[in-house]
Every structure is written in C-alpha cells, then in structure tokens.
Design a protein around this ligand. Structure first.
Ligand code: 6GU
Length: 241
C-alpha cells in the first residue's frame, strides 16, 4: 500500500513512521509513505503557499496552484491513486469506511491547514473528503496519520497475527468492545487477576471473556449492539434519539 502525503509540515511524520509496526512494514516493502512538501510547489519568491481570502475574513487560504500541480504530478506516477482531502467538512471515518478504502493500493492524502483550501482545489481534483470525528484539529496531518494507521492494519502481513484486525472491535461482524486483559503479577496492591484466567480451562475462559465484552459494551457503547431497527450487516452506531 502506498501513501503520497501532501503537507506543509512533512516534519510531523518521521516520528510516527518510525513506530515499530509501521517501520517493519516499510522495511518489508508492504507500505511506502512519500511526503510532499507543498512549499516545493510554490510559485512565489518567498515560497508562500497561502494568501488572504477574497471577500475578507480571518485566516489564510491555501492557494490552488501548488496543490493542484503537486497532486497532478503524483497522479501521473500513480494513476489509480484515491485522492483524499482531510477536512472536518468530510464524511466521518468509521471502521466500515476504512474497510472499503482498503481495497485500494495507492492513496494521495491532502492535509489542510489555516482556513482551508481554495475551493478550486476541490473543484479541479475532486478528492473524497474525510473527517476523523466531530472536533477540530489544527490541520489534516494528524488525521492523515490516523487514516494511515487504520489502513495498514488491513494489509496482509502488517500485523503479526493475520487474524487480529478481523477480531478488532468495530470490524465487520464484530461490534463488541475488548474484554479486560491481565499479565504478571497475579496480585498487586490487593487487586488480583480473576481466578478463571489461571484455571487453564479454555472453554470457561472464552465464555468469561465473551461475557466481559458484552457487559462492557452494554455499559459503555450500547449503541453498538444489534437492535430491532438495525440489520446484522450494519456496523454503524444507531443514531441517538
Ligand atoms: Cl481531517 N482535519 C481537521 N483540521 N480537523 C478535523 C479533521 C480533519 N477531522 C476531524 N477534525
């Protein structure tokens, strides 16, 4: 899977990219992340890529030319890439959306800053617009990392255990939160590991974990549980009344 990331702040990425799962996948050739500094595409003497909005108002707007020309040059090399603009105006990201995107091999991510892009970036490039939730970030970079992080989990070989992304909470066919996990020591400050986990009875352990998951999901995220109104295929949370 390949990601071409267009950003004003490429220096935000190397720390994230050096994290173990990701770094191993990059070295194994499963994942390729290329960073494109928008400033390299500026036509201005001082490498500016933003300007004041026509019509007035606060903030700065990213100019159309550097963005369009940078993306077009990436597209000429990766003609099948899916172009995604990270913006709070976009479709909200869910695990189902991640799964549907994960069929693609190539992605171009546009990270916005300031008051956003000149609208003609969207008119000309026609990217898909994605938001990672109902809150405001200072820019699309962190959102692009979130999207990379979720997508690479779908690439065969990236996770040690081939099954683990399928078992994740929120993956298709699984809308349970995770059960509690314990490791050594058996007792700490009067808090003990549940006896059942030490029993060696794998049937009973599986049963206990299923109950734990269900209890936790009921308490914290009842909206994830199947209901009369939602079909089994529907993994989106039900709308709250
Ligand atoms: Cl993708 N960008 C920004 N700036 N804020 C966000 C977001 C994206 N998703 C949620 N908030």
């Amino acid at each position: 899977m390949r990601f071409d990331v267009v950003t004003l702040f490429p220096e935000m990425f190397p720390g994230y990219l050096s994290q173990s799962i990701l770094n191993k996948s990059i070295e194994a050739g499963l994942i390729d992340v290329r960073l494109h500094d928008l400033r390299d595409w500026s036509k201005e003497k001082h490498k500016n890529v933003d300007d004041r909005p026509y019509g007035g108002g606060p903030g700065m707007v990213l100019m159309v030319e550097p963005v369009v020309e940078c993306v077009e040059s990436i597209r000429s090399e990766r003609p099948l890439a899916r172009t995604i603009l990270l913006t709070p105006q976009g479709e909200k990201l869910t695990q189902r959306k991640v799964e549907s995107l994960s069929d693609n091999e190539d992605f171009i991510f546009l990270c916005g800053r300031y008051e956003g892009f000149d609208q003609r970036v969207v008119d000309i490039l026609q990217p898909e617009e994605i938001s990672i939730g109902d809150f405001v970030l200072n820019g699309g970079e962190v959102a692009a990392m979130v999207l990379i992080d979720t997508l690479i989990r779908m690439v065969p070989g990236v996770l040690g255990d081939e099954n683990s992304s399928i078992q994740d909470s929120f993956s298709s066919g699984n809308r349970m939160l995770e059960f509690s996990q314990y490791t050594r020591p058996r007792e700490y400050r009067g808090f003990s590991v549940p006896e059942i986990l030490l029993s060696g009875n794998h049937g009973k352990i599986r049963e206990w974990r299923e109950q734990e998951s269900l209890k936790r999901t009921k308490e914290r995220r009842a909206d994830l549980l199947p209901s009369v109104e939602s079909s089994d295929k529907d993994i989106e949370p039900r709308n709250k009344k």
